[in-house]
Design a protein around this ligand. Structure first.
Ligand SMILES: [Fe+2]
Length: 366
């Protein structure tokens, strides 16, 4: 029996913006309790002790802390490792306790507290805890978006041969010799468009993307430069952990940037909004945020849906300032030409990536 499409009359209607989820804080204490609970359970067959922190308004498919971003706590006890896996999602990872080792595609590195790294799509991933404490990671991925589109693909390697084959696949160079598209010319047509043969459709140009590692020991001293920008700065005191594979989309993965902010005490940012959604992990200090008119207080170790897409928000540092890791689906929004932004509520709405963006007063302060 065939399915029949519904015909929905939208005459005279016009879609405007939709409501956003309320902001939410998951406290350090809640996260620590969950870490202990995961560590106390028997080891699962694939080694993955993990909990997804799901927003109460999220609906399957695609459960996440923001509509397009999931947030997982992942725990390994000393000596434990996970079964190798891969998926067509991409992720940012950070370590919040302990130490371990990661092997992601061709990249191998040690991980320590506050380190950050990216996990490219379809790269095999392996983690082990080689320390004496629990290894606790937070992982943020675009899986909710892929599940909503009903195209998430994931698999685990159930034997060592398969996992080695996956790692080798990532390491292979492009095949030498001509490609079919070299024999299938693109035809320009009047007005700027082109006619492009099928050979290009199935063999697009590639951009190398590998797992990059931002060790905290390297990043922390560099943060003094943004923390120390003079008073009255109209921008935000942060560095994006930039992966050049994301090119002009300024990302860490093709979906998210991860940025680390370092604020001195008693700085209040101006209210603004953007269609990209943001999750903050506050890892030192304290502060408060106002999101859609609601005040939320937070401290080191709390995780927060800090900017539901298109919500007016600002953050303010407490007396000792703060450090935070922000995960924001900004590159995804640029790629889809959907990144609308208002830097202050008096500014016009700009479509970033398609027009000149906002300017800060940095030139007066350096
Ligand atoms: Fe923001």
């Amino acid at each position: 029996m065939g399915h029949k499409a519904k015909l929905v009359d939208e005459s005279g209607q016009f879609a405007t913006s939709v409501e956003s989820w309320p902001s939410i804080v998951i406290t350090k204490e809640e996260i620590e309790r969950e870490v202990e609970r995961l560590a106390d359970e028997p080891r699962p067959a694939n080694g993955r002790r993990a909990t997804s922190m799901v927003h109460p308004m999220a609906q399957a498919p695609g459960l996440g802390l923001a509509p397009g971003i999931d947030a997982h706590i992942e725990v390994l006890k000393p000596g434990e490792s996970v079964r190798v896996s891969r998926s067509n999602g991409s992720a940012v990872g950070t370590c919040i306790r302990g130490q371990g080792a990661a092997r992601i595609g061709t990249s191998c590195f040690g991980i320590e507290k506050h380190d950050v790294w990216n996990v490219p799509s379809m790269h095999p991933v392996f983690y082990e805890n080689n320390g004496s404490d629990l290894l606790v990671r937070l992982t943020f991925s675009n899986r909710p978006m892929l599940e909503k589109l009903m195209v998430f693909y994931g698999e685990e390697a159930d034997d060592a041969k398969i996992s080695e084959a996956w790692f080798e696949t990532v390491a292979q160079d492009a095949p030498a010799g001509p490609r079919a598209k070299d024999s299938a010319p693109i035809v320009p047509i009047e007005g700027g468009g082109f006619l492009m043969p099928y050979e290009h459709l199935v063999d697009p140009d590639t951009v190398e993307n590998r797992a990059l590692h931002w060790p905290w020991s390297v990043v922390e001293p560099r943060l003094n430069a943004v923390r120390g920008i003079g008073e009255g700065y109209t921008g935000r005191r942060l560095y994006i952990l930039y992966n050049p594979a994301t090119e002009r989309r300024n990302g860490t993965t093709h979906s998210f940037f991860a940025s680390i902010a370092a604020y001195p005490g008693d700085v209040v940012d101006r209210p603004h909004r953007h269609s990209s959604a943001a999750i903050n992990y506050w890892f030192a200090g304290s502060g408060r945020s106002t999101v859609n008119g609601e005040k939320l207080f937070w401290k080191a170790g709390d995780l927060m849906l800090s900017a539901p897409g298109w919500s007016i928000h600002n953050h303010a540092s407490g007396p000792d300032g703060f450090y935070s890791l922000t995960i924001q689906d900004h590159p995804l929004m640029i790629a889809t030409e959907s990144l609308i932004w208002q830097e202050t509520m008096k500014d016009p709405i700009k479509n970033l990536g398609t027009q000149i963006g906002f300017q800060t007063n940095i030139s007066e302060l350096v």
